[in-house]
Design a binder for this molecule. Structure first.
Ligand code: NAD
Length: 260
């Protein structure tokens, strides 16, 4: 029980990587908040955790909505007694060459990844400072926090930006024992990636099998996808780490696609 009674807000945790982190955190004794746009799916995950002896609540949260983020965080403090961990994980992907990229799409992606990270960070830091017990903030970056790929300009820009935010939180938060780190996964087969396979196949004029083999997994050491479980293990490690010695870092979990 590495996270016993820690309150963890996980955004975008009705699906994919965030959901697996929620399930893993609950097994480690955390009180988990499933914060997502999709309230019914978030509630289903919370119910699954509560039925299996864990503790979870679902909150409807659009991470781009300042009032919604602040209200949901206040609800968590009221019902679970505080905030110890924030995982800023909600995200989308939009692929297009830069010359065809719609400004609306650029703004939509940046709002979820960058504005969402800022708004949830600010709300969590305010709660953590008030409590006086410190805390851990974890951003879901990507190998695209360090590398670029064609067709992903907005995503690559936003994911690089999260490293800047984490470093700033590390410096501002240190005096209150608030740590911030970034997890940088390689490709993980979640709905976000399943949607991209046919899209990239069309955009690049190659088969879906070639997208997987020769685009997504080309530079890994073993041609394998990273799993939601791999990412969840790292998220437990980062949240359980006890001191400011590990802060302002990004850690890559990608089968060697990117080596720092
Ligand atoms: P997913 O599509 O399975 O889950 C994303 C979740 O975010 C969904 O539940 C969705 O409802 C939620 N969401 C979207 N917009 C939201 C908003 N405005 N407010 C609140 N919730 C919102 O995707 P995933 O693959 O699990 O991705 C999770 C995170 O991991 C993302 O930040 C993504 O960029 C990152 N990531 C994914 C991969 C991968 O290969 N799957 C690799 C590296 C990084």
């Amino acid at each position: 029980m590495q996270l016993k009674d820690k309150v963890a807000i996980i955004t975008g945790s009705a699906s994919g990587i965030g959901k697996e982190i929620a399930l893993e955190y609950a097994k480690e004794g955390a009180k988990v908040v499933i914060a997502d746009l999709m309230l019914a799916a978030a509630q289903a995950t919370a119910d699954e955790i509560n039925k299996s002896g864990g503790k979870a609540m679902a909150v409807e949260m659009n991470v781009t909505d300042e009032a919604a983020v602040d209200a949901a965080t206040a609800k968590v403090v009221e019902q679970f007694g505080g905030v110890d961990v924030l995982i800023s994980n909600a995200g989308i992907q939009i692929i297009s060459p830069i010359v065809d990229f719609k400004y609306e799409d650029w703004k939509k992606l940046m709002a979820i990844h960058a504005d969402g990270a800022f708004l949830t960070t600010r709300a969590a830091m305010r709660a953590m400072i008030k409590q006086g017990k410190g805390g851990s903030i974890i951003y879901m970056g990507s190998v695209h926090s360090h590398e670029a790929s064609p067709l992903k300009s907005a995503y690559v820009t936003a994911k690089h930006g999260l490293i800047g935010l984490a470093k700033t939180v590390a410096k501002e938060g240190a005096k209150d024992k608030i740590r911030a780190n970034v997890i940088c996964p390689g490709f993980v087969r979640t709905p976000l990636v399943e949607k991209q396979i046919p899209e990239q196949s069309k955009a690049l004029g190659i088969s879906e099998a070639d997208v997987v083999k020769n685009v997504m997994l080309k530079d890994t050491v073993d041609g394998e996808f990273t799993t939601v479980q791999d990412v969840a293990q790292l998220a437990v490690f980062l949240a359980a780490f006890p001191t400011n010695a590990l802060t302002g870092q990004s850690i890559t979990v990608s089968h060697g696609w990117h080596m720092q």
